[in-house]
Design a protein around this ligand. Structure first.
Ligand code: GLN
Length: 307
């Protein structure tokens, strides 16, 4: 298959849509990003990489980090994690509070904000401090992406903390139901730091490779998680990775994937490749508008969806 040609075709076809989405502005530091950016990278199991557009430009991975923290929590707690978070799609916006109230402080899944803040809290308990938690999250991401330069942006994390009332509210509500161990403010700050990690699509598509290969990185040979855990992570990406547009993403794209409000989306084709796409303009559900379309074109042109 001529992947390079396919990526170039897609870049041309999505051009007219580039100004249609809306860049996230509830985090002021993110609102400055140029909406015209577009990048699409794939990394095959043998390490071959294809890319088009701004695949070297770093962006804020935001909720894509929730995949990595969920994985670390499974490594730390195994199936006990499911005592504190569920695995059902929420059908609600990513930052919604409503279900937490009538589900007694147990978040629906690890990929909505409530679930991810809860996962961060579990990691802080496991590692013993917020400082160690963020450095372990970075260590893990640097390993799977094979890139030691990866870091978070202090500026983006601080900007989000200044406006972080909703995430503080989610954490406080979970604390009131005894489903939260540590200091709310410190955990939420740590959550914002891992959301503020900056990567490009080349790095992210490389980082997804172990999830397309039963938990073992086919290039460096390291085993990160078990095949059973990969099955769970990919299943939750498919069913919950795009909030209240998860069904729509499965319907149009047909791959396990996870989005972030920075405009990035990662996806996995089991046995074949890791994928990352970036375009900062978002649709109404907070997922990259052009990114979603580009992935739909990719699975249509290649015939490579999990269905
Ligand atoms: N840091 C963002 C928040 O908590 C992440 C949201 C997202 O990417 N959907 O609101």
């Amino acid at each position: 298959m001529d992947y390079q040609k396919i990526l170039e075709e897609i870049a041309e076809e999505v051009k007219p849509l580039l100004h249609k989405g809306k860049v996230a502005d509830y985090i002021p530091a993110l609102s400055e990003v140029d909406p015209e950016h577009f990048a699409f990278s794939i990394t095959l199991s043998d390490g071959t990489q294809y890319h088009v557009g701004d695949s070297q430009t770093l962006f804020s991975i935001q909720s894509i980090s929730k995949v990595f923290t969920f994985i670390l929590s499974l490594k730390a707690y195994g199936t006990h994690m499911y005592d504190r978070i569920g695995v059902e799609p929420s059908g609600n916006p990513f930052n919604s509070l409503v279900q937490l109230e009538y589900e007694h402080g147990k978040p629906r899944n690890p990929f909505i904000n409530a679930g991810a803040v809860n996962v961060t809290d579990a990691l802080v308990s496991h590692y013993g401090s917020c400082e160690i938690t963020i450095s372990e999250v970075l260590r893990f991401i640097r390993s799977i992406a094979d890139d030691e330069s990866i870091d978070f942006s202090d500026r983006v994390a601080a900007s989000e903390m200044e406006h972080g009332f909703r995430n503080m509210a989610l954490a406080n509500l979970m604390k009131s139901f005894n489903n939260f161990d540590n200091c709310v403010e410190e955990v939420v700050k740590t959550y914002f730091k891992h959301c503020a990690i900056e990567m490009n699509t080349d790095m992210l598509s490389r980082a997804m490779l172990f999830l397309s290969n039963y938990g073992k990185d086919p290039i460096n040979g390291k085993t990160y998680i078990t095949p059973q855990q990969v099955k769970r992570v990919n299943a939750v990406m498919l069913t919950c990775g795009h909030y209240d547009a998860s069904g729509d993403f499965a319907f149009h794209v047909g791959l396990p994937g996870k989005s972030g409000v920075g405009g990035g989306i990662v996806a996995v084709i089991p046995d074949v490749m890791g994928i990352a796409v970036w375009s900062p303009g978002l649709n109404a559900q907070g997922n990259s508008l052009v990114g979603t379309k580009a992935l739909e074109l990719f699975t249509t042109k290649t015939g490579l969806s999990i269905f």
